[in-house]
Design a protein around this ligand. Structure first.
Ligand code: PM9
Length: 461
């Protein structure tokens, strides 16, 4: 008999949520221009927009906040954070930022020169935005399986070394700013890279003198999948696998709003003191002094505690990913098309397969996210053509192969009963899918358009 697992915590405080009526939700989605980012949280029942900054902190984190040292310079809380990042991730140089994109901005500015190439394993919205803003050209070198929602490859976050070699050969190693290696690739569906692949990329880059910068935002979840799926790692702790992932990298950007169990914060971590000096010079202009960056003392206390807490036992990673798998398996059982294998931070609905009657230009994933919200008050997020944006050179829509709705699970927030309600709503909407129509823009922002764009339904013919 397979034995069940349970969350390694019990609930000490609750936050009431209420369910709205269908009429209220129909009005709310029109007011929000069919963009779930523009809904008010009071109009949302179960909020699966993102796992970013939506974590429930522990009693230890809340009590650590009381110890926050709010000194402008040299705060005690900063040195606790430096020690936590060093002990858990192994990096010597810490540049604290307000969140992940602050770190991406600094890294892009210190390493990318106009015309440089930045190979990476599938784009992330803010990451690519900063790389392009600094004059770089992102080249996707993820394995082909990552673009196929039905492929059961256990490590769909892997970099294809042949694609990487081709990207390097095209411009020469000196025009490659760095390899941008995301752990547990978000837009592929929360899919991990294998340790074998991570090591192969380090070896390839070392030989050619190219830096490897991790996006270690969800490296913990990647470490957990390595433990579960890669031969030789089954008896290793998630903490030790995480250290092995980061071991040969030259640095990392981290949005601490995910793995690190806090509501705000992030950092750039580096090994080279000279590079760190350059980053700190920018830090003081864009974020704050080098001993707080974009965080208060209490934020840094909560973060230092969260970083240690996430690896204290493997139970946290197991129950976090276990809850995502619980929802995913329910949907798979019913025949809902989802990205497989189920990823680490959310279940990704294959909107292209669910709504084949809506062409990609009419934003099927955006329409599906809106329909699920109207059905039940469950809020997900589009991760398809709207998120991909336009090519800055041609102005044309980028057409990602994946047209997805992400149901992202916040850490330590919802119970399995919430997951049951979510699954039932998705099933209901799937059964009524022919009634869903495509959308068109009523407002399209120039960059990162998915955050603030508004839409209206296309007239039915
Ligand atoms: N990710 C997410 O919901 C929040 C913003 S986009 C909707 O998935 C990676 C892999 C991320 C990420 C944010 C950032 C940026 C960098 N890398 O949001 O600036 O998933 O802290 O981090 C979001 P910040």
């Amino acid at each position: 008999m397979t034995r069940s697992w349970a969350e390694p915590w019990k609930i000490k405080m609750v936050e009431p949520i209420t369910v709205t009526t269908r009429d209220e939700r129909e009005r709310a989605i029109v007011d929000a221009g069919y963009n779930t980012f523009l809904l008010k949280s009071d109009d949302v029942y179960i909020d699966l927009l993102t796992d970013s900054g939506t974590t429930a902190m522990s009693d230890r984190q809340w009590s650590a906040m009381m110890l926050g040292d709010e000194s402008y310079a040299g705060a005690r809380s900063f040195y606790k954070l430096v020690a936590a990042v060093h002990d858990v991730y192994g990096y010597e140089e810490l540049i604290p930022t307000h969140q992940g994109r602050g770190a991406e901005h600094l890294l892009s500015q210190i390493l990318i020169e106009q015309g440089d190439v930045v190979p990476g394993n599938m784009y992330f919205t803010t990451t690519r935005y900063h790389q392009e803003r600094a004059g770089g050209r992102f080249v996707d070198v993820i394995i082909d399986e990552a673009h196929d929602p039905t492929s059961m490859h256990p490590f769909k976050g892997n970099i294809d070394i042949d694609k990487l070699a081709a990207a390097v050969d095209e411009v020469g190693a000196e025009r490659v700013a760095y390899v941008s290696f995301e752990t547990n690739v978000n837009l592929a569906g929360g899919q991990p890279a294998s340790m074998a692949n991570i090591k192969a990329v380090y070896a390839f880059c070392r030989e050619r003198g190219i830096l490897v910068m991790l996006d270690a935002t969800r490296a913990l979840e990647n470490a957990y999948f390595i433990q579960q799926r890669e031969g030789g790692y089954e008896d290793r702790s998630v903490a030790s696998i995480l250290r092995e992932i980061t071991e040969n990298s030259d640095g990392a950007t981290v949005s601490s709003k995910k793995d690190n169990l806090v509501n705000i914060g992030g950092f750039l971590a580096l090994r080279d003191p000279e590079l760190a000096r350059k980053a700190r010079a920018l830090l003081v202009a864009f974020e704050g002094l080098h001993t707080y960056g974009g965080m208060s003392g209490r934020d840094m206390e909560a973060l230092a505690t969260g970083i240690r807490e996430m690896v204290a036992t493997d139970d946290h990673a197991r129950s976090r990913v276990g809850q995502v798998e619980y929802l995913g398996n329910k949907l798979i059982k019913y025949g809902i098309p989802v990205v497989k294998p189920i990823g680490g931070h959310g279940v990704f609905l294959d909107a292209a397969a669910m709504l084949p009657h809506i062409p990609q230009d009419q934003f099927p994933a955006q329409a599906l996210a809106a329909a699920i919200y109207v059905d039940s008050g469950v809020r997900g997020m589009e991760r398809g053509i709207v998120s991909a944006g336009r090519d800055p050179e041609t102005g044309e829509n980028r057409r990602p192969k994946l047209e997805l709705v992400r149901l992202t699970i916040p850490r330590r927030v919802y119970t399995q009963s919430h997951m049951d309600v979510v699954a039932e709503s998705v099933i209901e909407v799937y059964e009524q899918r022919d009634a869903i129509t495509g959308l068109r823009f009523t407002y399209e922002p120039e960059s990162l358009r998915f955050f603030q764009a508004t839409f209206e339904p296309l007239p039915t013919t």
